[in-house]
Design a binder for this molecule. Structure first.
Ligand code: CP
Length: 307
């Protein structure tokens, strides 16, 4: 059976730490890895829009000396003619050594893994999970803070539909002494199943609030998220909630000097562009890290070790 990454908990903490170690080695010694995936092919099957995830996967495989194929929208594939996910994956398994897929339906990559003969990577499934964004986030926290424990992290925005939040909380809940501050409008609170699985089962304390400004001085990491328009059933609700939080330089005046601000991106309006100049804004560095951790992941799932 091929090894997949469908949920971040498919990887042990030791494996997460090893992926971070390899990604940091790739950053320091890119030439060592430049032919590691020669003659290997990555397929990127994106049934939903993407800029960073798809292009960083493609850049990662090219940086490893491999090649890429795929599609960037369901409408340009035979999905538009009614082909099932299973048949699409069966087909692409004949052409590629590894598949990264994004799909609007929660669980689609799990269904894909049932028929695939090559590793499947979940590149985001609906409002559920986004494990490779979590790998990016963990690498960024490690590079910015030098550790993956002993901090207070605030998640702010759309915690209901924000799949990056669900996966990151699931990952961090296995590290020591992390305080969680969940900041959202009441309608966009973290789903109960994430709270139960990741936090309550492990007796991990958390606080919930609607007020970002009152908690900002306590945070070591602020993880901002976009309100996910595409997951709303009702445009009126989206319009009412979309600007619930807008981070500005003024709001950061009371924050710690060594705070880091993360965002999976894309940003809409929730971080003012004036914040980009603040050295605490780590989200563009986070984008860069996404390529290197995906390189490390491709190597791992293909069973390639670089000495
Ligand atoms: N972070 C993220 O998933 O971005 P894209 O939607 O651009 O891939």
């Amino acid at each position: 059976m091929p090894r997949n990454l469908l949920d971040i908990t498919d990887l042990t903490v030791e494996e997460l730490d090893e992926l971070i170690r390899v990604a940091e080695d790739i950053i320091d010694n890119p030439e060592k890895y430049q032919d590691a995936c020669a003659h290997k092919q990555l397929a990127t099957l994106f049934f939903e829009p993407s800029t960073r995830t798809r292009l960083s996967f493609e850049s990662a495989m090219l940086g490893l000396g491999g090649s890429v194929l795929g599609f960037s929208s369901a409408s340009s594939s035979s999905t538009a003619k009614g082909e099932t996910v299973g048949d699409t994956i069966h087909t692409v398994s004949c052409y590629a050594d590894i598949i990264a897929m994004r799909h609007p339906k929660e669980g689609a990559p799990f269904a894909a893994a049932q028929v695939a003969e090559v590793p499947i990577i979940n590149a985001g499934d609906g409002g559920h999970n986004h494990p490779t964004q979590t790998l990016t986030d963990l690498l960024t926290i490690h590079r910015e803070k030098g550790r993956l424990n002993n901090f207070t992290i605030g998640f702010c925005g759309d915690l209901k539909f924000g799949r990056t939040v669900h996966s990151l909380i699931n990952a961090l809940s296995r590290y020591e002494n992390i305080n969680y501050v969940l900041i959202s409008p009441t309608e966009l609170k973290l789903p109960r199943y994430v709270k139960e699985e990741a936090l309550k089962k492990r007796n991990i304390p958390y606080t919930q609030t609607t007020d970002l400004e009152s908690v900002i001085p306590d945070l070591d990491i602020l993880y901002m998220t976009r309100v996910q328009r595409e997951r709303f059933f009702n445009e009126e609700d989206y319009l009412r909630l979309k600007d619930s939080y807008i981070l500005t330089p003024e709001k950061l005046e009371k924050a710690k000097e060594d705070l880091i601000i993360l965002h999976p991106l894309p940003r809409v309006n929730e971080i003012s562009v004036a914040v980009d100049k603040d050295p605490r804004a780590a989200y563009w560095r986070q984008v860069k890290n996404g390529k290197f951790i995906r390189m490390a992941l491709i190597l791992k799932l293909l069973g390639i070790e670089v000495k």
